[in-house]
Design a binder for this molecule. Structure first.
Ligand code: GDP
Length: 456
């Protein structure tokens, strides 16, 4: 996601940061590079122009160029402008309900709250419906029902039923021959009767935006009074996705956009232009075919990721699901004391594996893009995690607590036991030493609070 843009901007900023003083010309040169980077990422031209104008105006302000860290300040200005371009942060002064729940949807209405899903055929509408339903069930504890109103595409209703089974979400029983508005009415009565909190209506798609489709969407919206109308578009279609969104905007009361196939979109033009062109916020990003492959779209996190500042919050959220509570407590206690032994290291390694391995984590950490490439080159991959785990398993409990016991003889035994080389054991010990040192430093800075300041 945004890899090419991220790399290009990274280079521009590296050269800006590298200098002590900045002149107006330096900023203008950098902005020309940023402009090209955005255009290459397929961002709509008017959006690029506005962006560059805003940033240039703010950056050549006297305070910025005369400040001690002009390069950093320019990066910060670009970051803020990116966040604005992506739609601003709902967390900061946004609408109340949407900010309150983790999924960013407005569910503040009498149940069953209706969420209507619209979009063209093949955009990923049905899959996204099931993904969001699953999310609402799992993170918000909602009782969700899904109903397919797609009577055009053969087997569309069956597809939703299958996805419902996989997601553990109820679907409205299929009645052959029923028309969309009638299905919507039946779904609403059924959801009411069975006290569902949320009803998701997966409407029919078409190959193109046409009048018949719009008429059907309007009819369904008028009988179901949806709280959210989410348009699903494929990010791989770039500016076409934005155009589709624009044609829907005048016709149905869209409340947001779901951008699918972000996993395959290296450019990101649709994501970057959507809000500025259509005025509609992107609420979700689809990141794969699996039902868990969906993320709430947070402009500030996305901007951070693009600028190579990493995505600490997403990582912490991911970690929260990967880390067992008792492990987290144990680690927090040990960190407070500045202690870190092989058991702690092993726990960390296991968490890394659960979080999707080295690559997944590296992508989220600040400045890790280059480190990731270096790791790949040196053959540091997820197999290494398994080797490290095997090495620690071959240590005795005493050795795990006191790795300083490890002399040459013990190392040889451990290497043999874990099917590795003594140099692998040494590498692990070195890594442990560095992490233990970091823990001591964190303790000195005042524990986790100090760590927060480091990132904040
Ligand atoms: P619909 O016609 O709009 O309902 O589209 P579907 O939901 O049937 O999706 C079409 C195809 O796109 C399916 O094979 C999905 O698995 C796939 N798909 C949907 N969303 C994503 C996504 O975010 N990433 C990837 N890689 N594939 C997706």
């Amino acid at each position: 996601m945004f890899d090419a843009l991220s790399d290009r901007l990274g280079n521009v900023f590296d050269s800006l940061r590298g200098r002590g003083a900045l002149k107006e010309d330096d900023v203008r040169t950098a902005m020309r590079e940023v402009r090209i980077a955005l255009l290459e990422a397929d961002v709509a031209l008017p959006v690029v122009r506005r962006f560059i104008d805003t940033v240039t105006e703010r950056a050549i302000g006297a305070e910025v160029l005369r400040s001690v860290t002009p390069g950093q300040q320019v990066v910060k200005i670009v970051n803020d402008a990116l966040v604005e371009m992506l739609g601003g942060d709902p967390e900061e002064g946004g609408s109340s309900q949407a900010a309150q729940n983790a999924v960013g949807l407005d569910l503040d209405a009498k149940p069953p709250v209706v969420i209507m899903m619209v979009g063209l055929q093949g955009s990923g509408k049905t899959t996204s419906t099931a993904k969001i339903a699953k999310r609402l069930k799992e993170t918000e504890g909602k009782k969700v029902m899904m109903a397919s109103l797609d009577v055009n595409r053969p087997a569309a209703q069956e597809q939703l039923a299958i996805l419902g089974e996989q997601a553990g979400v109820a679907t409205l029983p299929i009645v052959a021959g029923q028309q969309p508005v009638d299905i919507a009415n039946r779904a609403i009565s059924s959801a009411k009767l069975q006290s569902f909190d949320v009803l998701m209506l997966d409407t029919a798609g078409r190959l193109h935006v046409d009048e018949a489709l719009m008429a059907e969407m309007k009819a369904v919206a008028s009988v179901s009074t949806p709280r959210e109308v989410l348009l699903v578009v494929d990010s791989l279609t770039g500016q076409d996705a934005v155009n589709v969104a624009q044609s829907f905007t005048g016709e149905v009361p869209l409340t947001g956009v779901v951008l699918t196939r972000m996993d395959g979109d290296a450019r990101g033009g649709a994501a970057l232009s959507m809000r500025a062109v259509t005025g509609k916020p992107i609420k979700f990003a689809g990141t794969g075919e699996k039902l868990d492959a969906i993320e709430a779209f947070h402009p500030s996190r996305v901007a951070n990721r693009i600028l190579g500042m990493g995505d600490i919050v997403s990582m912490v959220e991911k970690a929260a699901t990967a880390v067992k509570e008792e492990d987290a407590e144990r680690l927090a206690k040990r960190m407070a004391k500045g202690e870190f032994d092989m058991n702690d290291l092993r726990m960390q390694l296991q968490q890394m594996t659960r979080m999707g391995g080295i690559g997944a984590i590296a992508g989220m950490l600040p400045g890790m893009k280059k480190a990731k490439a270096a790791m790949a080159q040196s053959g540091m991959d997820d197999k290494v995690l398994l080797h490290m785990d095997a090495i620690i398993s071959s240590m005795t409990p005493k050795e795990r607590e006191k790795p300083q016991l490890l002399n040459a003889r013990r190392k040889k035994r451990i290497a043999a036991g874990s099917g590795t080389q003594v140099q692998d054991v040494n590498k692990l010990l070195k890594m442990h030493q560095e992490m233990a040192k970091a823990m001591k430093q964190i303790k000195k800075m005042g524990g986790l609070k100090g760590l927060g300041q480091l990132f904040g």
